[in-house]
Write a protein that binds this ligand. Structure first.
Ligand code: NAD
Length: 347
């Protein structure tokens, strides 16, 4: 019987040009899953590690690979996750501070990046994270040439566009988590106000994942009932002021959480896992991920969120979403805001 270390070494199925530091690669003592799907998560910080945890619990991939420049951090996260494998669907969790750990991933989720410093503008943050992407994205594209790139690092719409340019991948395979999280926050608030389950709320936050985002109220519904005709438990209809207030609460939700616990982790972890699941299982699920706009609603050359169909290979198709004049105006304004930042970071 070989000792555990030898058994781990025998399992490596990566060619000599793709060697990575074995010392940092923790594997469960189970035989190969080389035919299953593989998620690579770039950045093992609060968001990256939570995505790995949620992906593990949901059993959406056979292999989860974490990469971070901080070797001790990624080693610790992978060890901790591996210690829970006894209680999750079967999977393999590996990690390294070498990018070769991402070889042949089906989905590469990028969460790596600098956080906003006190007093730092969002533009400064965009510049710093663009510099990180200039190194990371071409190296990832080389190692996982067939992957869907899923960008989470902020500002997510700007960095989705940057990743698209740097990867050379088709637009369908470079998407941002966009307003999937904001939309989920909206569903929670509306479900509470309307007295129904979260899954009965149909409404979308569109545009930028940020200050210029807005709700597509004209197509919102509770079950089969248009939102403006829904009677709340208090026996009233939601007024325009109440809807504005709900949209503002959703927009500022992240600030409230960051004030209390320093970062948002659980909901973004679940949101990203949901998107990855839609891709790996070819679910054709409608989601407001951030994608390159190519003339839809008169908008082009920018990445932002509108509902699209997500399945194998990323975006399966875009959709015609009916917009009011005001919604169209806000979408165009949101696109202009994002495009301005894209230009200012040199893309
Ligand atoms: P964090 O600081 O906890 O983690 C970031 C990790 O990135 C760190 O472990 C760091 O070592 C690593 N890193 C930095 N540069 C790297 C590089 N060049 N290569 C590899 N790893 C590198 O931050 P976090 O809370 O996990 O947030 C990560 C990002 O996700 C931030 O940009 C945050 O704003 C964003 N975020 C986005 C959403 C969304 O909805 N899109 C939601 C929450 C957080």
């Amino acid at each position: 019987m070989p000792d555990t270390q030898e058994a781990f070494s025998n399992e490596i199925a990566i060619g000599p040009s793709h060697r990575y530091d074995d010392r940092l690669t923790i594997r469960p003592g189970i035989v190969s899953f080389m035919n299953g799907s593989k998620i690579a998560i770039i950045g093992a910080g609060g968001v990256g590690a939570t995505i790995a945890y949620a992906a593990l619990l949901n059993g959406i991939a056979r292999e989860i690979a974490l990469y971070d420049i901080d070797a001790d951090k990624v080693h610790a996260e992978v060890l901790d996750l591996n210690h829970g494998l006894r209680f999750t669907p079967t999977a393999r969790v590996v990690g390294s501070d070498h990018l070769d750990i991402c070889v042949d991933a089906d989905v590469v989720v990028i969460t790596a990046g600098a956080k906003q410093r006190p007093g730092e503008t969002r533009l400064d943050l965009a510049g710093r994270n663009t510099d990180i992407f200039r190194e990371l994205v071409p190296a990832l594209a080389e190692r996982a040439p067939r992957a869907v790139l899923l960008i989470v690092t902020n500002p997510v719409d700007v960095l989705t566009y940057v990743a698209l340019q740097l990867s050379g991948f088709p637009p369908s395979r470079v998407i941002g988590s966009g307003t999937v999280l904001d939309t989920s926050r909206l569903h929670f608030v509306l479900a509470e106000r309307c007295g129904v389950a979260v899954s009965n709320v149909h409404a979308t936050i569109a545009g930028e994942h940020g200050d210029s985002e807005f709700a597509l109220w004209s197509s919102a519904a509770i079950g089969n009932v248009p939102l403006d005709r829904w009677v709340t438990p208090a026996g009233t209809h939601l007024t325009g002021d109440e809807l504005d207030d709900i949209a503002e609460r959703v927009k500022h939700a992240a600030y409230d959480i960051i004030r209390g616990k320093g970062a948002t982790t659980y909901a973004i972890g679940l949101a990203v896992t949901n998107i990855v699941g839609a891709i790996l299982n070819d679910e054709h699920r409608i989601m407001p991920v951030s994608t390159l706009q190519e003339g839809e609603h008169g908008i082009s050359d920018v990445c932002l969120s509108m509902p699209v169909v997500v399945g194998a290979g990323g975006v399966v198709r875009s959709m015609e979403v009916p917009l009011t004049g005001e919604e169209q105006r806000r979408l165009t304004a949101s696109a202009d805001t994002i495009r301005q930042t894209i230009r200012s970071v040199g893309f």
